[in-house]
Design a binder for this molecule. Structure first.
Ligand SMILES: Nc1nc2c(ncn2[C@@H]2O[C@H](COP(=O)(O)OP(=O)(O)OP(=O)(O)O)[C@@H](O)[C@H]2O)c(=O)[nH]1
Length: 316
C-alpha cells in the first residue's frame, strides 16, 4: 500500500473461547489478496492463539505481557509504531483481544490524532458463544462492555440451536446493543461485507429501543431533543460522568446540533476517550440531537439531568 493510506483496523473482541481466532481465520482467508497483519493479545508467556492464526497472514505480533486494554498505552502504541516502520506497510490490521478485555480503551485510542493519522478503525466485532452468552452476560461485566462497544456482534456456535432459541438470543443481543448489526454463524464463517458498521441512528433507520431493560441489567436510553448543544459543555459533562460512572456507563453514540452551525456532529464514547466530530450538514432534515446511552441500570431522568447544562434553548 502507499505510505499515505491509513491502515484499516478490525478489532475482534469476545469472551474466552467464543471463537475469536476461528472468525479471524475466516476473515483472513477472504482477505487473502491484501497484506494483513495480526496483533494477538493473550495472557501468559506463551501466545497459543498466535500459532493458530492462519498462514494467510503476513505477520503476527504477540502481546503477552498483559491485557492491552490495561497496559495499552505502552505496548499497543509501540507495536503500532513498529508497524509503520515496516518497508511494506500492511493494508489491514486485525487485533484479537483477550477474552476479558474491556475494548473501550482500545477503541478510544484509535481516535487519538497521532494514531488516527495512520490507522482507521473500521469495525469492532464482538464474537459470542451461543451456548453460554446469556450466562456470561450475567456473570462477567466485561462481556456486557464487549457487546455494548461492538459495531457487529457475531453469534457463533449456533449449529443445532433450535430456531426459537436462536431468535430469543438475537433479540437479547439487540436489546443489549441496538446499535450493532447482529449475525449468526457456525465456525466463525462470516461475510466480510457483514463486518462493516451500519448506520443505525436516525429517523430513516430503525430507532434504537428507548430505555429497554434486559434481564441482565444492561439497558439503553435514547435521548432525543430539538435543542442544540454547547459542545464544550457537552464534552465536559460527558467526560465527567464517564469518569465517575465508568462501571455503569459503557457507550454513547449519536448526533448533536450546534447553535449557528449547519454541521451535524457525531458523538462517540466507549470509555476513556470521547470524540465529537463534524460529519457534514444536516441537509433537508431539521436538526435534532439524538444520543444513545448503553450501560448498566441507566435511568432516563439521570441522563436528562446530566445533559441539561449542555443544552441550548433553540437551534440558531
Ligand atoms: N462447535 C463449535 N466449535 C467452535 C465454533 N467456533 C469455534 N469453535 C471451537 O471453539 C474453541 C475456541 O475457539 P477459538 O476460535 O480459539 O476461540 P477464542 O475466542 O479465540 O478463544 P480464546 O483465545 O481462548 O479466548 C476451539 O476449539 C474452536 O475450534 C463453532 O461455531 N462451533
Amino acid at each position: 500500500m502507499t505510505k499515505n493510506n491509513p491502515v484499516k483496523v478490525y478489532l475482534v473482541t469476545g469472551f474466552l473461547g467464543a471463537g475469536k481466532t476461528t472468525l479471524l481465520n475466516s476473515l483472513l482467508q477472504q482477505f487473502s489478496t491484501l497484506r494483513n497483519i495480526v496483533i494477538e493479545n493473550e495472557f501468559g508467556k506463551v501466545n497459543i492463539d498466535a500459532s493458530l492464526v492462519s498462514a494467510q497472514v503476513d505477520d503476527v505480533y504477540e502481546l503477552t505481557s498483559g491485557c492491552i486494554c490495561c497496559s495499552l498505552d505502552n505496548d499497543l502504541l509501540e507495536v503500532l509504531g513498529n508497524i509503520l516502520q515496516l518497508e511494506d506497510r500492511p493494508d489491514q490490521l486485525f487485533i484479537e483481544t483477550t477474552g476479558i478485555a474491556d475494548p473501550g480503551n482500545i477503541i478510544g485510542m484509535f481516535s487519538m490524532p497521532e494514531v488516527k493519522a495512520h490507522y482507521q478503525l473500521v469495525s469492532t466485532i464482538c464474537v459470542v458463544d451461543a451456548e453460554n452468552v446469556e450466562e456470561r452476560l450475567e456473570q462477567v461485566t466485561e462481556v456486557g462492555k464487549q457487546l455494548s462497544c461492538a459495531d457487529v456482534i457475531v453469534l457463533n456456535k449456533v449449529k443445532g440451536l433450535p430456531v426459537p432459541a436462536l431468535l430469543r438470543l438475537q433479540q437479547l443481543l439487540e436489546e443489549v446493543n441496538p446499535l450493532a448489526f447482529i449475525t449468526a454463524t457456525e465456525d466463525g464463517c462470516v461475510r466480510v461485507s457483514d463486518m462493516q458498521p451500519r448506520e443505525r441512528i436516525g429517523r430513516d433507520q430503525a430507532p434504537p429501543v428507548a430505555s429497554v431493560k434486559t434481564a441482565h441489567k444492561i439497558n439503553t436510553v435514547l435521548f432525543e431533543s430539538p435543542h442544540p448543544f454547547d459542545l464544550n459543555m457537552l464534552v465536559f459533562v460527558l467526560d465527567l460522568h464517564f469518569n465517575m460512572y465508568s462501571e455503569q456507563l459503557y457507550r454513547i453514540k449519536g448526533y448533536v446540533a450546534v447553535p449557528n452551525d449547519p454541521q451535524k456532529y457525531l458523538v462517540q464514547s466507549t470509555g476513556k476517550y470521547l470524540h465529537i466530530l463534524p460529519v457534514g450538514p444536516w441537509g433537508d432534515v431539521t436538526p435534532a440531537s439524538t444520543l444513545v446511552f448503553i450501560g448498566k441500570e441507566l435511568k432516563t431522568a439521570t441522563i436528562e439531568r446530566i445533559l441539561k447544562p449542555a443544552q441550548k434553548e433553540s437551534v440558531g
